[in-house]
Design a protein around this ligand. Structure first.
Ligand code: FAD
Ligand code: GLY
Length: 373
């Protein structure tokens, strides 16, 4: 019998899970309150950068990120083939720029453990850095290079995912205003703001920063909250930046469409997705210090999105409340674009009754923050 899965949320996580579940023969309905990809996923810089963005230790989150990066070549091909839409996937590698001799030691200790996990990092001096990125600031003394990191154009990726879902037979119900879970034991039921009821065999909660609002509905602790990221882009038709370039204050990514995306702030502003002068000026000031040619330029586009943060920095992945009918895939914070393929595989495996990834999933248990008695 074909199992029917309701996916709550049409961001990159909900759509990726829907796409993979459909590929494996499930009947899938995505329930989206607004527009698919209209929140954090469409706002992202699209970096697939597990080494640059995990600099402390090889914890389970880092391992999850690595496994997802390895899935990307096949995954993005499948999304393109099924959707018939192309989107940028660039294997540019990245550079983490240093300004002080004191930074070199920190980079060395990072390399020690990251190279054991496939980073293939290279410590570059000033001359080599300038050969690779001629426009970087003269104050930069070197960089750590990660050749295996890549990036996608996030709005294009999410649009193609949505189209891949539609073309493969996923039922996408968007513009629902809001959808609430009303049953998740022995089957699932969700009701929209207009009173429409959707029924399935299981419910996957994949509604990003909004998942924390469902604590009372489910009677369990869901410490997911929005962290706003403000970000901007410059028009640079003769793309002067070749890699993803990080510094301690932010990052710069050149896209194939001639835009240079520069991010991103972190602040708490509830569910507000506007930008502030202060937030954008902080970015533009740092952009100029990294690439002086940006000092005289004004971003042509400024926007913000809400990262779904959790208290311990790990997403919630897996079954909850002792029910076969309730699963979570939410709280991917700064890495949801990177983590989309592995999340889709983990969730589809669980619904098929296995854990093919071989990853320990306990650290991601949705119930780890507590369940109301
Ligand atoms: P979302 O994309 O927010 O989707 C959740 C969806 O659920 C929304 O469409 C919402 O409308 C819907 N929803 C909410 N409540 C309900 C409800 N009750 N009923 C129905 N629908 C509901 N990650 C990377 O890997 N690389 C990057 O370079 C990167 N850069 C980023 C830059 C910025 C500025 C920001 C803000 C984020 C960035 N991220 C990046 C993080 C990434 O964007 C997120 O981790 C990811 O998009 C989360 O995806 P999601 O599907 O969980 O959430
Ligand atoms: N991963 C980049 C960001 O969240 O800004």
């Amino acid at each position: 019998m074909t199992l029917r899965i309701l996916v709550l949320g049409g961001g990159v996580i909900g759509l990726s899970c829907a796409f993979e579940l459909r590929r494996r023969g499930f009947a899938v309905t995505v329930l989206e309150q607004g527009k698919c990809g209209g929140q954090a996923s469409g706002a992202a810089a699209g970096m697939l950068a597990p080494y640059s963005e995990n600099v402390e230790q090889p914890d389970p989150f880092f391992r999850l990120c690595l496994q997802s990066l390895a899935l990307y070549p096949e995954w993005q091909r499948a999304v393109k083939e099924t959707s018939g839409l192309d989107f940028e996937y660039s294997e540019t590698g990245s550079l983490y720029v240093m300004y002080h001799e004191a930074d070199v030691q920190a980079m060395q200790s990072r390399r020690l453990w990251q190279d054991e996990h496939g980073a293939r990092s290279e410590l570059l001096g000033a001359a080599e850095l300038r050969r690779l990125e001629p426009h970087v600031a003269p104050e930069a003394i070197g960089a750590l290079r990660y050749p295996g990191e890549s990036h996608v154009y996030a709005p294009g990726y999410v649009k193609a995912l949505e189209q891949a879902c539609r073309r493969s037979g996923v039922d996408i119900r968007d513009g629902l205003e809001r959808a609430d879970a009303v049953r998740w034991q022995d089957g699932a039921e969700v009701r929209s703001a207009a009173g429409e009821t959707f029924r399935g065999d299981a419910l996957l909660v994949a509604n990003g920063a909004w998942a924390g609002l469902m604590e009372a509905q489910f009677g369990m602790a869901i410490p997911i909250y929005p962290i706003r990221g403000q970000i901007c882009a410059y028009e640079t038709p003769d793309m002067p930046v070749r890699h993803m370039v990080f510094c301690s204050q932010g990052y710069v990514v050149g896209k194939r469409n001639g835009t240079l995306v520069c991010g991103a702030s972190e602040d708490i502003a509830g569910f507000e997705t506007s930008v502030t002068r202060r937030g954008i000026e902080r970015l533009t000031s740092w952009n100029g210090k990294l690439f002086p040619f940006l000092s005289g330029m004004t971003p042509f586009h400024e926007w913000a999105g809400l990262r779904p943060a959790t208290h311990d920095g790990f997403p919630l992945l897996g079954r909850a409340l002792g029910s076969d009918s309730l699963l979570f895939a939410a709280g991917h914070y700064r890495n949801g674009i990177l983590l989309s393929p592995v999340t889709a595989h983990v969730i589809a495996d669980l619904l098929e009754g296995r854990n093919a990834s071989g990853l320990p999933l306990e650290p991601f248990s949705p119930e780890r923050f507590g369940v109301n008695p």
